[in-house]
Write a protein that binds this ligand. Structure first.
Ligand code: ATP
Ligand code: MG
Length: 330
């Protein structure tokens, strides 16, 4: 069986470090592993419209921003196919047919849909399109016969919903027509759902609590310095808590042993820093400075590559003939 990846992002804003540690970095590794026959990376503009119907310009503008972020992080168009969801109208057709295989009650039970409805204050007025987006996601994945979907934790219920649709479809219309996909989560637990700089459960474009991959070094520094830490750690001498402390969550996501020698040789490991912080006597500012050096080190090459690409936006506009063009006009 062919090894096929499908994954993607909604063009509701530029990509952030949550995307990077949760999915993007992994995609680049998988792409370069040479183990996959086909890799599809989708800019999910149609899905983005399900909660941004009144702001089509926002979605349109961010298509290019997301594409820039992909290329800047190392997605290589020679190895991976980047495409725009709305340019493959068959995905919408397939969604329409899949709608017959899912009950309203089942979508209502989907925990991600539930929490996203709450987050967007949609309780009283959910757009039907938004409500059904897990079904369209199933169409995206299965249309490409993807067996692997690298995602963050919030997408697990979507993959489960897709698997159910596949089973039902195959049962009714013929065994083995569709492939049951599996989610590929980050190995590092904290990367599955990176919190926002405000300490909220998830960094998300819609919550405005992000460090963007394209932020300048100064922006990143400002954001890290304002990061939510431990509200009970008022004086340097106070014992601090690391659970729920965003700075330490980010260190768990980004810190490597070599960073100590390079940026903070008072300590030999992250465990030593944590232990000192918990004991008392280590101030937030020092820890934040260390985090800032690490995050900026990781983002600097991405930023530089993005700048280079921005100088030549024309190179992004190269497209192979769309499936629509290849078939002639419809
Ligand atoms: P929106 O607020 O518009 O939904 P988002 O920030 O949640 O945007 P998506 O485009 O919905 O981003 O998500 C794209 C991919 O990135 C998904 O696989 C998702 O699991 C992953 N992802 C998004 N945010 C995070 C995060 N904070 N931590 C880990 N993975 C994340
Ligand atoms: Mg999202």
């Amino acid at each position: 069986m062919k090894q096929v990846i499908l994954t993607g992002d909604r063009p509701t804003g530029r990509l952030h470090v949550g995307h990077y540690v949760g999915s993007l970095k992994r995609r680049v590794d998988l792409q370069n592993s040479g183990k996959y026959d086909e890799i599809y990376i989708m800019v999910a503009d149609a899905q983005a419209l399900t909660d941004n119907a009144e702001h089509p310009e926002k979605v349109r503008q961010n298509i290019m921003q997301v594409a820039l972020d992909y290329l800047a992080c190392g997605i290589d168009p020679e190895k991976s196919t980047i495409f725009i969801q709305s340019m493959v109208p068959e995905l919408t057709e397939l969604t329409f047919y899949y709608m017959n295989l899912v009950t309203v009650a089942r979508v209502q039970r989907n925990p991600t849909v539930k929490s996203e409805i709450q987050m967007r204050n949609f309780e009283a007025s959910i757009p039907v399109g938004f409500f059904t987006y897990p079904i369209s996601q199933a169409a995206d994945i299965t249309a490409f016969k993807a067996d692997t979907v690298p995602v963050g934790e919030d997408q697990l219920p979507m993959i489960e919903q897709t698997r159910e649709i596949v089973r039902k479809f195959n049962h009714i219309y013929g065994e083995d027509v569709l492939i049951e996909p599996k989610a590929l989560l980050p190995d590092n637990q904290v990367c599955m759902r990176l919190p926002g700089i405000d300490g909220k459960a998830k960094m998300s474009k819609s919550l405005g609590n992000c460090i963007y991959l394209s932020d300048t070094a100064e922006d990143v520094q400002k954001k890290i310095m304002s990061m939510y830490t431990d509200p009970t750690h008022l004086k340097v001498t106070d014992p601090g808590h690391i659970e729920g402390n965003t700075v330490f969550t980010y260190l768990d996501a980004f810190c490597k042993p070599e960073h100590f020698e390079k940026y903070w040789n008072d300590y030999a490991s992250l465990d030593e820093v944590k232990e000192h912080y918990q004991r008392g006597g280590l101030g937030d500012v020092k820890v934040k400075r260390f985090l800032n050096s690490i995050v900026n080190e990781e983002l600097e090459p991405i930023r530089a590559k993005r700048k280079e690409l921005e100088q030549d936006m024309g190179c992004l506009l190269y497209t192979s003939p769309s499936p629509r063009d290849q078939r002639g006009s419809r």
